[in-house]
Design a protein around this ligand. Sequence first.
Ligand SMILES: Cc1cc2nc3c(=O)[nH]c(=O)nc-3n(C[C@H](O)[C@H](O)[C@H](O)COP(=O)(O)OP(=O)(O)OC[C@H]3O[C@@H](n4cnc5c(N)ncnc54)[C@H](O)[C@@H]3O)c2cc1C
Length: 336
Amino acid sequence: MSNMTRDFFIGLSNNQLLNSQAKKWGFVLGADKFVAGTTIPSVMETVKNLNAKGISCTLDNLGEFVASRAEAEQAKDKIITLLETIHQENVACHLSVKLTQLGLDIDQDFCMANVREILAKAKEYAIFVNIDMEDYVHYEATMAALKTLHKDYDNVGTVVQSYLLQAGDDLSDLKGIRVRIVKGAYKESADVAYQEQAAIDRNFIKLAEERLLEGTFTSIGTHDHHIINELKTFIQEQGIPNDQFEFQMLYGFRNDLQQKLANEGYHFCTYIPFGDDWFGYFMRRLAERPQNVNIILKDALYTEDNKLKKGPVIGGAAAVSALLIWRFRSKRGKKA
Ligand SMILES: Cc1cc2nc3c(=O)[nH]c(=O)nc-3n(C[C@H](O)[C@H](O)[C@H](O)COP(=O)(O)OP(=O)(O)OC[C@H]3O[C@@H](n4cnc5c(N)ncnc54)[C@H](O)[C@@H]3O)c2cc1C
């Protein structure tokens, strides 16, 4: 995908008005392909179905632009209810949380208190909690929080993004802490991040190989079969035991490959986002892959028997217009 179109969707993901409107629309534009329902009971059904296929899960209670203490506390309470449900239902499932949802932009101490409450409850139930990595603005604060929290809780880990120039150094600092390696989903400047796909991919493999040799449990978070195949060969050659790592992919992406890896005997974990605050997450996924846009556009405009959909008028129209503008711009881009 060209940088211009990627930027366009990243721009939409950061649009607060569209994010807040989308909560009222419910799922439109085929968002339900990538977001597993809005409620805890509905997402639990998805978890149980995947567990039955030999796949574990990590749940992400979606939430963008949390601006008040009340919203952050509401998110924390929902995550604690989620932990209780995971425990009661005895499913193979851990949590992924974002510090901004728990108040990082409001007050760091308040945020830390919320995370500590979550980690204490999770520890009681022996559930792992991953702190997702957000954009670079929040990077230092997230890493600092992780290191402080890990002194008291061994059930917490985080994410290292291979597009960051400093990823290698930071990963070395995280020896003994569980980490997920990903490429990175946000738009970052050349001052802090590689801009070329080949450099990001090379760094991903380098980081993953270092971690696999180092021995702390590592999640390999990618849909990229080139990287997966290269790492599978490395794992075999080096005799890395299967219980030292897992592959992770996002819900709704490459379902066949997810199942294939699980069937081959690898630990596999599906990252499942849920909740009504789906817009930003969904736009970041469109930014990553043009094919997603084609699927979604067809899904948004037509019913299964090829009739034009009526749908939620304002939300549908806004989002479809956004996609149509993107199509127009990308066609112009191809000609230029
Ligand atoms: C489990 C998980 C958790 C994540 N957590 C974070 C996080 O905390 N912070 C963060 O910044 N980012 C996170 N991300 C997003 C990540 O940073 C990337 O933006 C995203 O995964 C896209 O990169 P990729 O490695 O999947 O492959 P891409 O670079 O998107 O694709 C590389 C190649 O793989 C193949 N491919 C990819 N997708 C498909 C497909 N659907 N069908 C067929 N072929 C395909 C194609 O050949 C493509 O050219 C996470 C991703 C995953 C999977």
